[in-house]
Design a protein around this ligand. Structure first.
Ligand SMILES: Nc1ncnc2c1ncn2[C@@H]1O[C@H](COP(=O)(O)OP(=O)(O)OP(=O)(O)O)[C@@H](O)[C@H]1O
Ligand SMILES: [Mg+2]
Length: 450
C-alpha cells in the first residue's frame, strides 16, 4: 500500500494537518491555563510578601493578626494560610494540618489539603519566618482544575475532529490523484496496446494535471505524425519499387520463354540489370538521407570557402544547360566561409540545379547565385519553369514526393529530401518560393565567423 504515491501524498497531508492541530491545541492550553497559573502565583507571592512585612514591623502578634484578619473578612475565599512554629505547632491559619509532602521552602507545590474538614487541592509555597517558624501561603485551585478538565476534554475533541478531517482530506486527495493518474495510465496503456488515436482527457481546469495531459497529447500527436511519415515512406518504397522489379522480372521471364538467340537473351539481361541498378540507386539515396538525418556525418566537417566549390559546379552545369539551350546566370560572391561537409553541399546544390534544368523549357534562364547576408550564406537556384503549387510546396521535400505534373520526368522524388536533410545537418534551412513563374529554392547556412 505504501508503494502508492497517492497513499504517500495522503499520509503526508494527514500528518501535516494533524501536527498543526496538535500545535494549535498546545498553544491554546498554555495561553489560557498557563496565564491563570501565573496570575495565581503572583497573588500568592504578593500576599506572602505583605505578611512577612507585618512580621518585620510588628513581630509575631502583628503577623497572626494579619492572618486572622484575612481569614475573617474572607476577602479571598480561596486563600489558604498556615503559620507553624519550629516544633510544627499550628499558630494560625485555616488548614487542619501541615500538608504531607511539603518539605522545601520557596518551591511551588500543588497538593491535596483539608480545609476545615473539606478536602481540596491547593497551590502552595512556604516562606521561612525568623525564629524557626514557617509561613504557608496558598490558594485553593480546585475550580481551576475543573476548568483544566473541561478544556482538556474540549481540546481532545477538537484535535480528534481535526485528525478525522485530515484523514478525510487525505482520502479525497488520494482519490483525486488516483483519478487523474488513472486517466493518463489508461490512455498510455491503450496506446501501448496499439490504439495510437487515444488521448488523455483534459479537464479544462488549467491546473498542472491539465498541463501534463496537454503535453502528453502533443507528444502523442507528434509520434503519430512521425509514424504516419514512416508509413508513407514504406508505402512509397513498396509502390515505387514494385514497378521496376515487376518489369525486370517479366523481361527475364519473357526472354527465358521466347528469346531464340544469345543476343536477344543478352539484351534482356542487360535491360533487367539496368532496372535493378535503378532500384539499388534509390535504396542508396534513401540510406544516404537517413544517414544525414541521423547527424552521424559530421566527421567530414571543416571550415571551407564555398565560392570555388560553387564555381566548379557552375562550370559543370553550364555545358548541360547549353545543350538544352538554357542560359545559366551565375553570380557567386566571395568568400563564402562555412563550417560544412563539402561533398554534401555539392550534392545538395547538384540536386537543385538538376531539378531546375529538368523542369525548365529551352530558351529560359536559370539564376544561380550565392552571397552572405546577416551572417547567413544563401545559395539560390531560381528557374522559370512550372514551379510547385503553393499547397504542394511543404510536401515537396518529403521522400518520394513527386507532383502530378512531374510524373513523366525522370526521378524518384528523393532529391529535395536530401537537400533538406543536408541543410538541417548544417543547422540551416531549405525554403521553396514562387519565382513568378518558376521555383526559387534557397539554401541558408550560418556563415562561419573567425
Ligand atoms: N525546379 C522545379 N520546378 C518545378 N517543380 C519542381 C522543381 N523542383 C522540384 N519540383 C517538384 O518537386 C518534386 C520533388 O523533387 P525532387 O527533386 O525531390 O524529386 P525528383 O526531381 O522528382 O526526383 P530525383 O530528384 O530523386 O531525381 C518533383 O517531382 C517536382 O514535382
Ligand atoms: Mg530532383
Amino acid at each position: 500500500m505504501f508503494r502508492s504515491a497517492g497513499v504517500r501524498f495522503a499520509l503526508v497531508y494527514a500528518a501535516v494537518f494533524g501536527i498543526s492541530a496538535f500545535v494549535l491545541a498546545v498553544a491554546l492550553w498554555y495561553s489560557t491555563l498557563g496565564l491563570l497559573q501565573h496570575q495565581v502565583q503572583n497573588a500568592i507571592n504578593n500576599d506572602s510578601q505583605t505578611l512577612l512585612e507585618h512580621q518585620e514591623l510588628g513581630g509575631l502578634p502583628s503577623l497572626e493578626a494579619a492572618i486572622h484578619d484575612r481569614l475573617s473578612n474572607e476577602s479571598d475565599p480561596d486563600g489558604i494560610y498556615l503559620l507553624v512554629d519550629a516544633t510544627g505547632q499550628i499558630l494560625a491559619g485555616n488548614l487542619d494540618r501541615w500538608p504531607s509532602g511539603l518539605t522545601q521552602d520557596n518551591v511551588w507545590y500543588e497538593l491535596p489539603v483539608t480545609r476545615q474538614g473539606v478536602a481540596s487541592v491547593a497551590l502552595l509555597k512556604v516562606a521561612p519566618v525568623p525564629g524557626g517558624m514557617k509561613l504557608l501561603v496558598g490558594r485553593d485551585v480546585r475550580a481551576r482544575l475543573e476548568l483544566r478538565n473541561v478544556l482538556r476534554a474540549g481540546l481532545i475533541w477538537a484535535v480528534s475532529l481535526m485528525i478525522a478531517l485530515g484523514v478525510l482530506g487525505a482520502l479525497l486527495i488520494r482519490s483525486l490523484f488516483r483519478r487523474t493518474i488513472r486517466d493518463i495510465s489508461a490512455t498510455t496503456s491503450a496506446i501501448a496496446r496499439g490504439d495510437i488515436s487515444r488521448r488523455v482527457p483534459v479537464s479544462g481546469v488549467g491546473d498542472e494535471f491539465d498541463e501534463l495531459a496537454i503535453n502528453i497529447n502533443e507528444m502523442l500527436d507528434r509520434i503519430a505524425r512521425l509514424m504516419d511519415g514512416v508509413r508513407q515512406v514504406s508505402n512509397a518504397i513498396a509502390h515505387d519499387l514494385r514497378t521496376p522489379v515487376t518489369r525486370a522480372r517479366s523481361r527475364l521471364e519473357d526472354a527465358a520463354l521466347h528469346a531464340s538467340t544469345k543476343e536477344e537473351m543478352q539484351a534482356a539481361i542487360d535491360r533487367a540489370t539496368q532496372d535493378l541498378d535503378g532500384i539499388v540507386s534509390v535504396f542508396e539515396a534513401l540510406l544516404r538521407i537517413s544517414e544525414i538525418e541521423a547527424g552521424s556525418r559530421r566527421a567530414a566537417f571543416a571550415v571551407i570557402d564555398l565560392a570555388p566549390v560553387l564555381e566548379d559546379m557552375d562550370e559543370l552545369y553550364r555545358a548541360v544547360a547549353e545543350e538544352k539551350q538554357i542560359v545559366l546566370h551565375t553570380d557567386i560572391a566571395k568568400p563564402l566561409p562555412v563550417w560544412a561537409d563539402r561533398n554534401l553541399i555539392q550534392q545538395a546544390v547538384v540536386n537543385l540545379l538538376d531539378n531546375a534544368l529538368k523542369f525548365s523549357e529551352s530558351l529560359t534562364v536559370i539564376n544561380f547565385s550565392a552571397r552572405v547576408a546577416d551572417g547567413v550564406v544563401q545559395i539560390v537556384v531560381a528557374d522559370r519553369g512550372p514551379g510547385i503549387a503553393e499547397q504542394d510546396r511543404a510536401r515537396a521535400t518529403e521522400r518520394f514526393y513527386r507532383a502530378e505534373a512531374a510524373r513523366n520526368t525522370e526521378g524518384s522524388g528523393l532529391g529535395l529530401a536530401l537537400v533538406m536533410a543536408v541543410a538541417q545537418l548544417h543547422n540551416g534551412t531549405l525554403h521553396l518560393h514562387d519565382n513568378h513563374p518558376g521555383l526559387r529554392a534557397v539554401i541558408s547556412i550560418p556563415a562561419h565567423k573567425n
